[in-house]
Design a protein around this ligand. Structure first.
Ligand SMILES: [Zn+2]
Ligand SMILES: [Zn+2]
Length: 498
């Protein structure tokens, strides 16, 4: 595909040839990397136009690097999947991960991204090296960026092959001069025209997965969203709340509409009928220091969800917004950390053990052929664990506790100790809070014991990772766990990583 040279304007020539002159579409790759690698102070010498060219060039280079990232992931996924189809003729084993899921966890751990992000990357990698190869080429040549590649991939997912090819060609035709929003709207129109049944099927499929979602934000607040509703339902709800909010404005609520809408929606979701919700919002709307509202009446006290002092603090912090009582049944689990130090947190030997393991494995990696590395890493960690057995047992017995408890189920106080030691699942990138995890016996019970030197929180997903061929989890020291992966990497999980 020809590069859209028409959008490039030559930089103004100031005092002879300039460094970025006519490099508007200098292709990404090693040479462009050299052009971009000048020191930051060097930018001060460039014209305004050249600065914009540098920014655009850096973006092209990023696209190129992201295409390489995805190509590497695709190659690894292809290898794993090829091995799987050769090995698992007898059908899937639900206790372990599929090759695709396993490579997703390898990517998550290696790139330090969540499982969801890794799954998106693996999927995108497979598509850009498969049915969307031309989109992959456009990314690698810097004609589109990763966000646009994702738009093309998302909207063409699940479409028939021949439609994908036509949508892709039409999308790439203008993608380099459109924003992601413009591109998304355009591709949707194209899909609607070329495959209306597929578009409708996709809409219905999404509606079948409608859900109420909850997530914490970086500001310390929590978002709550209804996702994948039929558009008519979502617009209906929004219009109804907006109409009620306008009504409250005419009755004297002077706050911006979006605040009134949010308070109204929260009251309604808490179970209040509309008239009660509207009255509550109006009452809370703009309490002044003297306790009166804008219309001069005395404000009723806010619902007794918080103490007066806490209510005042919250009101101050939220700029006068009334505090809503916590919604029943929607409470998030409190952060599991900070429940008190455990013996393992204070264990002075632990950093030394971790450093020793890392040193041994790094040394091993430097002198082991790649093909033998995964087995060698796993074997070495097992040997280290074995050699530390008597010291580990002595530490575990040292503080007057019995090393190992009778029975499979850990007693409550041991469970609390483990959950305080590891606030989340012990997979390196997992955020599942320990109270929602199973306490896994790292060495399965009998011969493994029920003890803090053999228990760690694992979510269901990462419990399956542990059981997947090629993966290993080793509890080398109380609270210190080592993951070993099918590619011969290792991850050391400390008790205090939170
Ligand atoms: Zn123990
Ligand atoms: Zn997990």
């Amino acid at each position: 595909m020809p590069m859209p040279l028409e959008i490039v304007e030559g930089p103004a020539i100031v005092g002879g040839a300039r460094e970025w002159e006519n490099r508007g579409w200098f292709p990404p790759g090693p040479q462009l990397a050299i052009c971009l690698s000048g020191g930051k102070q060097h930018l001060a010498d460039l014209t305004d136009d050249e600065l914009l060219q540098v920014a655009a060039a850096a973006r092209r280079q990023t696209s190129w690097a992201q295409a390489r990232e995805l190509a590497a992931i695709a190659e690894l996924a292809q290898r794993r999947i090829a091995t799987e189809t050769a090995e698992t003729a007898e059908g899937p084993d639900y206790r372990t991960l599929t090759a695709c899921e396993s490579v997703t966890e390898e990517v998550a751990a290696a790139l330090t991204v969540t499982g969801n992000t890794a799954a998106t990357l693996v999927h995108l990698a497979e598509r850009l090296t498969g049915p969307l190869a031309e989109t992959g080429d456009a990314l690698e040549s810097g004609r589109i960026d990763m966000a646009k590649a994702r738009v093309i991939s998302d909207i063409t997912d699940d479409l028939p092959d021949q439609v994908i090819a036509r949508v892709q060609a039409a999308a790439l035709d203008k993608a380099s001069v459109q924003t992601t929003g413009q591109l998304r709207r355009r591709i949707k129109r194209i899909v609607q025209r070329l495959a209306p049944e597929a578009a409708e099927e996709r809409r219905q499929q999404a509606v079948r997965h409608r859900r109420l979602e909850l997530w914490d934000t970086t500001s310390g607040t929590t978002d709550l969203a209804l996702c994948d509703l039929p558009p008519e339902d979502a617009h209906g709800i929004f219009n109804k709340i907006t109409a009620a909010a306008h009504g409250l404005k005419t009755e004297g609520d002077t706050r911006p509409l979006h605040l009134i809408r949010a308070d109204l929606a929260a009251h309604l979701l808490n179970g209040a009928p509309l008239p009660t919700a509207a009255r509550a919002v109006l009452t809370q709307a703009t309490p002044r220091d003297d306790g009166t509202t804008d219309d001069g009446t005395v404000a009723e006290p806010t619902p007794p969800a918080t103490s007066p002092a806490a209510g005042a603090r919250d009101t101050a912090r939220r700029g006068g917004l009334a505090v809503l009582p916590p919604a029943g049944g929607l409470a998030v689990l409190p952060p599991a950390g900070g429940l008190g130090a455990t013996a393992a947190d204070d264990d002075p030997a632990l950093p030394g053990v971790a450093a020793m393991v890392n040193q041994r494995l790094t040394h091993l990696r430097d002198r082991t052929p790649a093909a033998e590395l995964p087995a060698a890493v796993s074997r070495t960690v097992r040997q280290i664990r074995h050699r530390l057995a008597s010291q580990r047992d002595a530490l575990c017995q040292g503080d007057g506790e019995r090393h190992g408890r009778p029975g499979y189920r850990p007693p409550a106080e041991l469970r609390r100790e483990i959950e305080a030691r590891h606030a989340t699942c012990v997979f390196p990138t997992c955020n599942q809070p320990s109270p929602r995890c199973d306490l896994d016996h790292t060495v399965p019970w009998r011969p493994g014991i029920t003890c803090r030197c053999n228990l760690a929180p694992l979510c269901r997903r990462h419990h399956r990772v542990k059981q997947t061929p090629g993966w290993g989890l080793h509890h080398v020291w109380p609270g210190l766990l080592i993951w070993t992966t099918p590619s011969g990497a290792w991850y050391i999980v400390h008790p205090e990583r939170q």
